[in-house]
Design a protein around this ligand. Structure first.
Ligand SMILES: *[C@@H]1O[C@H](CO)[C@@H](O)[C@H](O)[C@H]1NC(C)=O
Ligand SMILES: *[C@@H]1O[C@H](CO)[C@@H](O)[C@H](O)[C@H]1NC(C)=O
Ligand SMILES: *[C@@H]1O[C@H](CO)[C@@H](O)[C@H](O)[C@H]1NC(C)=O
Length: 366
């Protein structure tokens, strides 16, 4: 009797408690400055990247341009307000946002739930209301909120919830992207706090890091969804990956419904493939209306099958051979049984290679 009662309560309260800022329907898409530029960001570079997002076609594929750490002065101004670095952003952060908005993009910024950011600029702990108002006044649409320089006596959920409430109080819808690195199992509480939550430490530009991130996320898909928010597997930085690894990376991030934040220098695609980042049908899997994140459904040795349902009854499936020795991929066959991906045995379906741009559709099988 008691067990039944608890279950009903949980079911009734669950959805109502999730963050409601109207921005949960889809994982965010865009570009973030950190992996490509670290501390070396400035006004002209950001403007150039806003222009490039438009000219490369990334405005359609991704709409948030996020300035990561190192945009501010080392200290707050008199009156405690955060201020733009006078050297790097002489026109100020409002003007930066106006430029980004004029390009039809949305404006993302960064702060930290501690006393200092990771690069030791002022953090927002105990300044949440003022900082949220400052960001809203600058026209900010997205906040990445990091977890460096925290005080041990301040509970992580409280620190993150304080900024949630401060953002809400501004009245401006702002995507709230939690970057707590998965240390306190954010999938269990973050749906009530933010629109997405990082599930792991920072990604690195090599295949081992991709695999580690994926392994950590196995089983977490059920905590994501349009009424909850999204597991964030961190942004791309594929400069150290082979073409096949890049394709695998992007396809799986899309299928797992991670926010897709590009981390490449957009001026230089010599080492990465723009074609992958612009693959419309792959991005469409990420932005699918059903909003159910896929997960690992089968694994044997280095072979894996990931799958998830789509609006309209389809299935997104990734067959991947994870075996890699310095980017050598021995050819292998992987068999998928329909029941593994939630189809009826013997059901006839159209199969489509989403990277092939519609060139390969065939009818299949058992
Ligand atoms: C603030 O929170 C309330 C209650 O959850 C919600 O209805 C409203 O849309 C939120 N406003 C913003 C700007 O996030
Ligand atoms: C991103 O890739 C570049 C080039 O390989 C590398 O220099 C940089 O350290 C990477 N950034 C991160 C955060 O891993
Ligand atoms: C994959 O399967 C096909 C068809 O059965 C077979 O001809 C081919 O040799 C297999 N390839 C590998 C690498 O096992």
């Amino acid at each position: 009797m008691r067990v039944v009662l608890l279950c009903l309560l949980g079911c009734a309260l669950g959805p109502a408690l999730a963050l409601d800022n109207g921005l949960n329907a889809k994982p965010a898409l865009g570009f973030n400055t950190w992996n490509a530029f670290y501390r070396e960001i400035h006004e002209d570079l950001v403007k150039e990247h806003a222009d490039l997002m438009v000219s490369l076609g990334l405005r359609d594929a991704g709409q948030y341009l996020v300035l990561d750490d190192c945009w501010s002065e080392r200290s707050r101004e008199e009156g405690e307000r955060l201020q733009a670095s006078k050297e790097k952003f002489p026109s100020g952060m409002k003007a930066m946002g106006d430029y980004i908005h004029a390009k039809g993009l949305k404006y993302g910024i960064y702060s930290d739930a501690g006393t200092l950011t990771c690069a030791k600029y002022p953090g927002s702990l105990d300044h949440e209301e003022l900082d949220a108002q400052t960001f809203a006044g600058w026209g900010v649409d997205y906040l990445k909120y990091d977890n460096c320089h925290v005080r041990r006596d301040r509970w992580v959920i409280d620190r993150y919830a304080a900024m949630r409430d401060a953002l809400n109080a501004t009245g401006r819808p702002i995507v709230y992207s939690l970057c707590e690195w998965g240390v306190m199992e954010p999938h269990l509480w973050a749906p009530q706090v933010g629109n997405s939550w990082r599930t792991t430490e920072d990604i690195r530009p090599w295949w081992d890091s991709i695999v580690k991130t994926l392994d950590y996320n196995v089983g977490l898909s059920r905590f994501a969804g349009p009424h909850l928010g999204w597991n964030d597997l961190d942004m791309g930085n594929d400069t150290g990956l082979s073409h096949a690894e890049q394709r695998t990376h992007f396809a799986l991030w899309a299928l797992l419904k991670s926010p897709l934040m590009i981390g490449h220098d957009l001026r230089d695609f010599s080492k990465t493939s723009l074609g992958i980042l612009l693959a419309k049908e792959v991005i469409a899997i990420n932005q699918d209306d059903l909003g159910v994140a896929g997960d690992l459904v089968w694994r044997q040795g280095t072979k894996r099958v990931y799958a998830g349902p789509l609006a309209g009854g389809g299935r997104a499936v990734v067959l991947a051979n994870f075996q890699t020795t310095y980017s050598q991929y021995p050819a292998t066959n992987i068999t998928v049984f329909w029941t593994q991906v939630g189809l009826q045995p013997g059901q006839r379906v159209a199969v489509r290679d989403l990277y092939a741009g519609g060139c390969t559709t065939w009818w299949c099988c058992a």
